[in-house]
Ligand binder design. Structure first.
Ligand SMILES: Cc1ncc(COP(=O)(O)O)c(C=O)c1O
Length: 305
């Protein structure tokens, strides 16, 4: 059961979540011609009268770019303002996940992006841990991550998530928590909704942007935090065997935060994870606005508008 926030933003206005409804003939429903964002909103542990959003500007920029790929001109600052109003309207007082969505809202049966109505909505739900922060088991999926030449992977295009759904279900139904997908070159790409990092010899290694990954905002944050902690990150193709012999492996994402991988296929991974723990601790402190040097990454919204 999901606890949805009481108000949604839909068709240029705020209205009760249950009244935000679309037609069964909506283009995006049939063809996946939508794109979404996802960000967490948490009550400020130090100042309960405000809500904190992590890297709001980056999330809005990425959604604006996704919209552009769908031929929809939706500036990042407009998205940002609506999300801020959304947080205030809902008087959020628990950890939530905010889901903004841009899509072909017009009706019609021809797959296309041109000459079709677009819209933008936002809704939210309460969300605790998406994956266990103690560690997850992963399998290598039999499904491959798509390639940018057939699908714009730099956008969070809704239709693309059929592959994530197939991979996640395959993993869970075969007894694992999560799936790691290879790209069509046979290199590690990412998990169903997270980027992948490994630690070898004290260095972080993660597949680069040329490995068909989503440009994760948590990934970007981790690379910066690691640099500030004096840990080098190498962005390069990663083979599956490297995961099996890595000192540490973890997944990163807005929903998953930093989730250590404890088991991969039938291989147990090391239980001691000094670098993952260090990054996990720092990331939590930053998102809770306890790290003044990173205050630009945290957007504080007073509860009263
Ligand atoms: C396919 C995919 N990869 C990676 C990520 C991680 O991205 P971020 O850290 O921006 O949430 C997500 C989640 O948004 C995702 O859906």
């Amino acid at each position: 059961m999901h606890n949805f926030l009481p108000f949604a933003y839909f068709q240029n206005q705020f209205l009760p979540f249950n009244e935000a409804k679309i037609s069964i003939a909506t283009h995006a429903l049939h063809y996946g011609t939508g794109a979404f964002g996802g960000l967490r909103a948490i009550p400020d542990p130090q100042k309960p009268e405000q809500i904190l959003l992590f890297r709001l500007d980056r999330h809005c920029q990425r959604l604006s770019s996704s919209a552009k790929l769908l031929q929809y001109d939706l500036p990042a600052d407009k998205i940002e303002k609506i999300i801020v109003d959304f947080v205030q309207k809902n008087q959020i007082d628990k950890s939530c996940y905010i889901r903004p969505f841009v899509y072909n809202s017009g009706l019609g049966i021809s797959p296309r992006l041109h000459k079709i109505e677009k819209d933008f909505f936002v809704y939210g739900l309460e969300l605790g841990d998406y994956l266990s922060p103690e560690g997850v088991s992963c399998r290598i999926s039999s499904w491959y991550r798509q390639e940018d030449r057939s699908l714009p992977l730099r956008g969070k295009i809704s239709g693309a998530y059929i592959t994530s759904s197939l991979a996640k279900t395959e993993a869970v139904e075969s007894g694992f928590d999560e799936a790691i997908l290879l790209n069509t070159q046979g290199k590690i790409s990412e998990a169903s909704g997270m980027n992948v990092f490994i630690v070898r010899g004290g260095k972080l290694i993660t597949p680069g942007f040329n490995q068909d990954i989503l440009e994760g905002i948590t990934r970007d944050s981790i690379i910066t935090i690691a640099k500030d902690l004096g840990i080098e990150t190498i962005e390069r193709p990663v083979d599956r065997t490297e995961l099996l012999i890595a000192d540490e492996v973890f997944l990163s994402g807005t929903a998953a935060k930093i989730s250590p991988v404890k088991k991969l296929e039938s291989y147990e991974l090391p239980k001691t994870r000094p670098i993952t723990n260090q990054l996990q601790e720092k990331l939590v402190a930053i998102t809770e606005n306890r790290e003044p040097e990173y205050k630009d990454w945290v957007y504080a919204i007073p509860k009263e508008g």
